[in-house]
Design a protein around this ligand. Structure first.
Ligand code: HH2
Length: 274
């Protein structure tokens, strides 16, 4: 797999990369409200990096099921100071947003990757990625609306349907000049726990398309449903278990809250796969 080309540097994809989650929101399901103060957020970004995060994923809008949309102006006010400072500290940053305006301003102030949970549906989003020459994460969600997405969980075969959507989105983006694409099946986005399990079990079918695959199960509801653990912050062991299965099945990036735990788990995993 060729490396990720990130403006001033490259990230090799010869081993799984850790994407550390930094939500600058009042309402994210696990870390909501903890990092609204930009200084605390930057401190956390530096901590995640020191623990082994390769990329820091900064988001200013919760997209958990039922979340209310955030005005892009508010999103910008939350993320820009954090992205600027993180980039100044030399960190690799992705911007987690569904809004082209937020992506544009974030990349203009140094973000290296666009992470769009709505799958680059908006042509303006593809335009920003192409114009700035940054890779984009294309994630599957059945409708671009976290408020109602859990009412859209009907698939003929979830794996085939998700692959078809991602392949089409990737081809469209590449045709329009986006340089590099990362695919993500979007665990929990318009999917039941059974769908999520099936997507992880058969992740090799998505990886076979030849794009790097990112997986984000961290602390999600499926772990609560599989184990009975109610508190998201208690779900790191379950997150690691799922992410190790995902890398076994071809994932090259894992998006996580618990970077230290995943670093240890992936270093151990790698020792068996040299
Ligand atoms: N999941 C969330 C947010 N962004 N991006 C990608 N590419 N893949 C994911 O699975 C994904 C994502 C939701 O998790 P989180 O950011 O922890 O919570 P919230 O949306 O409540 O801020």
């Amino acid at each position: 797999m060729e490396p990720l080309r990130l403006r001033d540097r490259e990230l090799a994809l010869d081993h799984p990369l850790i994407v550390g989650i930094l939500n600058v929101t009042p309402d994210s399901f696990s870390d909501g409200g903890r990092f609204l103060n930009p200084a605390h957020a930057v401190e956390h970004a530096l901590l995640l990096s020191s623990q082994g995060a390769d990329i820091i994923d900064v988001g200013g809008e919760s997209t958990r099921p039922g979340a209310q949309p955030v005005d892009p102006t508010d999103e910008l006010r939350r993320v820009i100071p954090v992205i600027s400072a993180a980039v100044e500290h030399g960190l690799v940053v992705s911007i987690d947003t569904r809004h082209a305006l937020v992506a544009r301003e974030s990349v203009a102030c140094g973000a290296h990757i666009i992470n769009d949970v709505s799958g680059l549906r908006d042509p303006k989003m593809r335009e920003v990625a192409a114009e700035f020459g940054v890779p984009a994460v294309v994630m599957h969600m059945p409708v671009d609306d976290p408020t109602t997405m859990q009412a859209h969980t009907s698939y003929s075969d979830v794996v085939t349907d998700v692959i078809r959507f991602l392949q089409l989105s990737a081809t469209t983006a590449l045709t329009e000049g986006v340089g590099q694409i990362i695919l993500d099946p979007g665990l929990g986005f318009g999917k039941t726990t059974a769908h999520n399990v099936e997507l992880i079990r058969r992740l090799d079918e998505l990886a076979a398309l030849g794009y790097p695959v990112l997986i984000g199960a961290s602390r999600k509801r499926m772990i609560g449903e599989l184990t009975g653990i109610a508190q998201p912050s208690d779900r790191d062991p379950g997150s690691i278990a799922i992410h190790l299965m995902a890398v076994d099945n071809g994932a090259l990036l894992v998006r996580v809250h618990d970077v230290a735990g995943h670093k240890q788990a992936l270093d151990t995993w790698s020792a068996f796969h040299r």
